[in-house]
Ligand binder design. Sequence first.
Ligand code: UDP
Length: 231
Amino acid sequence: MKRVLLKLSGEALAGEKHTGFDEATVLGVARQVKTLVDDGIQVGIVIGGGNFWRGRTSENMDRVKADQIGMLATVMNCIYVSEIFRSVGLGTEVFTPFVCGGFAKLFTKDEALACLNRGKVAFFAGGTGHPYFSTDTTTTLRAIEIEADIILLAKAVDGVYDSDPKVNPEAVKYDEISIAEVIDKRLAVMDLTASIMCMENHMPMLVFGLEGGDSIVNAARGKSAGTKITV
Ligand code: UDP
């Protein structure tokens, strides 16, 4: 793998606290990404916003406004994580799809590739910039745009199962499964829009558990026990 798009959920940043940031957890991610960059792998990152806010959190509020808050939550997450990454010696740039003043750079494919080619980590904050989308769709869109080799999907569970392992102790984990089957069986990997984008644009994925000190490094080195999603 030469170029990867790593997706972290917002909750992953919160660790045991479930909300906000847990510095030790993010430092662990930063050190692993440093190993990848030192190995010559280019890393783009999308982070969810669930540790602060989701558009669907509010039942009474206008969905467009609620989603805008969600997108801004992902900007806060990227600024935070980018700073922790810098503390371990990584170069970083935060890109947004809308103007954010001096906080971030406006995303363009060329600027993002220039950032990656300089060995810096590119953060894709602010989602797609549109409501009714998600950070899953942002992940597939940016991965396709930057021509990533694979999406590394870090999750709380260690792969894709035929049913929810938290509910069904008999659930069976897939080592490999096609994106078409994920869509047919409505397996909870990414939302449907994002999954279909991956299928149409031949973007493979690796789903793995974030837990453990080397999970991201192992995923990028093809040594993960997670689930490979083929296209
Ligand atoms: N969001 C959006 N458009 C996008 C990406 C995100 O409106 O292109 C909003 C949406 O409200 C979503 C929130 O941002 O609920 C946080 O993103 P997400 O729920 O995907 O984060 P995660 O669940 O992965 O933490």
